[in-house]
Design a protein around this ligand. Structure first.
Ligand code: FAD
Ligand code: DHB
Length: 389
């Protein structure tokens, strides 16, 4: 089989890129190791920046997002039992939209299938020849080859694409944090009208939502935590303790329908391309989830590569393709800085009282200073994409 662009992975990065290429008349084949049902059910991100929402509409797949997405002006921040509202919309314009990642993924898959374009589920990519563009994958117990002009590695942090770049050429920057997020999805009423971060001496809690009767909430837990040690009552008790306040409604409890643990890591593979291979999204970088940037970065990478490929296939000019990493990296690092700042301010970082004083000094500055909130809001609601798709 031969195509112009082989896309490895049907997460947000791969599917958005596939749609952008389709609308430019560029052929692609999407290879995804999991089943369609699995990727359409995987509970993950939920907060879309304004530029991401704009792109979803430009791609002609925004009807369900427009009907079901919840536009928020900002978020609430709670510490010392007091709630503060950060209205970023009034400071910088635009919105953050709550729309589950798996719905966006399902909308993109539905569009691809209805266009009759190739997307192969259960296709596990085993090798990428970066010089020739040959992708080797296994499906139904057989080994297949796909030859492409370009390979887009959109296979997430644990995928194979990044490992196809020789180690000697890779420039990776990485930090792990000594805690994880325990995330739940529950049938309960959101505690506030917009998402809320609580900085408590026991650690962070996040209170987000997926609808008027469905909540998505997170607890900072030590790395190495076993979910078996967290029965429902313990989760609800800890969420209640960390979000206790003198000015808000008490937390509603309900049935927990999904739970997971996610480690926190800052990671950038600054070598985002090699020969015919280009890395996008989590394959190239991971942010800690605080601030909800991951999915949005995947979409902005796709916009940059789509634009560069459009130019290369149409004119043969390689300049935008050669500048792919240089174009993406400033926005990636801005999001890294934002996620790191929120992470180190909102989590209990250590037992050192100096750390705690510095964190709470920063929280107070955010509350007192409109300039500080404006700077936060610019990144939270979404810096402009580096290029149009
Ligand atoms: P992925 O979504 O990981 O997709 C990669 C795809 O490649 C997968 O479908 C995988 O099955 C497939 N694959 C892997 N290996 C192979 C292979 N060898 N062959 C073929 N296919 C392969 N981000 C936000 O923006 N907002 C949020 O609110 C937010 N909250 C989050 C909360 C949690 C708890 C977590 C864990 C993440 C959160 N994120 C958030 C991050 C976000 O989910 C990711 O950044 C996003 O999924 C990245 O998309 P991607 O397409 O790059 O990678
Ligand atoms: C959500 C995820 C995040 O990473 C975050 O910082 C806030 C909310 C969410 O899943 O709704």
């Amino acid at each position: 089989m031969r195509t112009q662009v082989a896309i490895v992975g049907a997460g947000p990065a791969g599917l958005v890129l596939a749609r952008m290429l389709e609308l430019q008349g560029i052929d692609s084949v999407v290879l995804e190791s999991r089943s369609r049902e699995y990727v359409e059910k995987r509970t993950r991100a939920g907060i879309l920046e304004q530029p991401t929402v704009d792109v979803v509409h430009e791609l002609g797949i925004g009807d369900r997002l427009a009907a079901e997405g919840m536009a928020h002006d900002g978020f609430h921040l709670r510490f010392d039992r007091t709630t503060h509202r950060f209205d970023f919309h009034s400071l910088v314009g635009g919105h953050a939209t709550v729309y589950p990642q798996q719905k966006l993924v399902a909308d993109l898959i539905a569009a691809r299938v209805s266009s009759g374009l190739p997307i192969l589920f259960g296709a596990f990519v085993k090798g990428i020849d970066t010089a020739t563009g040959r992708v080797t994958y296994e499906r139904d117990g057989h080994v297949h080859e796909l030859d492409a002009d370009i390979v887009a590695g959109c296979d997430g942090f644990h995928g194979v694409a990044r490992t196809a770049i020789p180690t000697a050429l890779r420039r990776d920057r990485s930090r792990s944090y000594p805690f994880s997020w325990l995330g739940i999805l529950a049938n309960s009423t959101p505690v506030s009208d917009e998402g809320m971060y609580c900085a408590h001496e026991n650690g962070l809690s996040v209170h987000s939502m997926r609808g008027p009767a469905v909540t998505r909430q997170y607890l900072q837990v030590p790395e190495g935590t076993d979910l078996a040690d967290w029965p429902d009552d313990r989760i609800w008790d800890e969420l209640a303790v960390r979000s206790e306040s003198h000015d808000g409604a008490p937390l509603d409890r309900g049935e927990i329908v999904d739970r997971s643990l996610a480690p926190l890591r800052s990671f950038v593979s600054e070598t985002m391309s090699h020969e015919r291979l280009f890395l996008l999204g989590d394959a190239a970088h991971i942010v800690p989830p605080t601030g909800a940037k991951g999915l949005n970065l995947a979409v902005s990478d796709a916009a940059v590569l789509s634009h560069a490929l459009g130019r290369w296939f149409a004119t043969g000019a390689r300049d935008a393709l050669d500048a792919y990493a240089a174009t993406c990296l400033p926005r990636i690092w801005a999001a890294q800085l934002f996620s790191w700042t929120l992470t180190t301010t909102l989590h209990r970082m250590s037992d050192d009282p100096l750390d705690a004083r510095l964190r709470f000094a920063r929280l107070r500055r955010w509350v007192e200073s409109e300039a500080e909130r404006t700077a936060l809001g610019e990144v939270y609601l979404g810096l402009p994409f580096p290029s149009r798709w």
